[in-house]
Design a protein around this ligand. Structure first.
Ligand code: SF4
Length: 263
């Protein structure tokens, strides 16, 4: 994997790049395949670059800062281009592809908040089109989230356990992030693998649940890959019991877009 300016950042830091352009991976339309908004029809804006390297990452190509972008229409590539992309060009694609039947525009990655300055400029224009913004984030950049908060409606915040990060403990940072995020419609998502130590989940739930027990928590079994094995049914049941001690709403939801063959 390349090590550009975004991936060199530690969790909690931000990218001081251009405020008027984005490192874009792709723009496409599809059904939301994860979490409580499962099945909602959305416009997706996937950005490049990430400050983490999760073992179960299902979008390694978007962690790369180098490379161009593509726009997909109904599953086929309609246009490709080079990065960085001026925000006016991104806005043009969004307004062209947006349909009134869509739930929201999903901002995903990579880690979108690494490009917060440009995103503030873009989203200030997007929301004037009446488009709600749904942010998918790894939950490690609370300062960047605070700058963007007024421009997003929904937040999907990942909970990152140390075993997925080679032992790094990001929980204090994630508690800070949740303190900011809970001012919006937020839910938590934690990916479980067969090898996830149960005590890691319990500790994360204790600290985050103490902060916001009413926030929904989604347990997402890792999708099978060479790096990652999904947990068994009994492991999921135990995880649900553990999480339910700290959160009022706990659900187990797999990545349906992978099962269904959606984009
Ligand atoms: S935060 Fe998301 S994009 Fe980044 S490495 Fe982890 S799973 Fe992949």
């Amino acid at each position: 994997m390349s090590r550009g300016p975004l991936s060199r950042l530690d969790p909690g830091e931000r990218f001081a790049g251009s405020r008027r352009s984005l490192l874009l991976h792709s723009i496409f339309t599809s059904f939301q395949g994860e979490g409580p908004f499962l099945g909602s029809y959305q416009l997706f804006l996937r950005l490049r670059g990430c400050n983490l390297a999760c073992r179960y990452c299902d979008t390694p190509e978007a962690r790369e800062e180098e490379g161009g972008f593509r726009v997909e229409l109904e599953g086929a590539t309609a246009e490709c281009g080079t990065n960085p992309v001026p925000i006016e060009v991104v806005e043009g694609w969004v307004s062209r592809l947006w349909e009134r039947v869509m739930h929201s525009m999903a901002l995903t990655g990579g880690e979108p908040l690494l490009q917060v300055d440009s995103l503030v400029a873009l989203l200030s224009r997007i929301v004037k089109h009446g488009i709600p913004v749904y942010l998918e984030t790894n939950g490690t950049l609370p300062g960047a989230l605070a700058e963007l908060l007024d421009l997003v409606e929904y937040i999907s915040m990942d909970v990152k356990l140390p075993s997925a990060l080679g032992g790094r403990d990001l929980l204090p940072l994630q508690v800070n992030f949740l303190q900011v995020a809970q001012k919006k419609d937020v839910f938590l998502k934690v990916v479980l693998e067969e090898s996830t130590p149960p005590e890691e989940l319990e500790r994360a739930c204790r600290f985050l649940g103490r902060e916001a027990p009413e926030v929904p928590l989604v347990i997402q079994p890792a999708s099978p890959s060479c790096e990652s094995k999904p947990p068994s049914f009994s492991q999921l049941l135990e995880a649900h019991r553990t999480a339910s001690k700290f959160f009022q709403q706990v659900r187990v939801i797999p990545q349906v877009h992978r099962l269904a063959g959606w984009v």
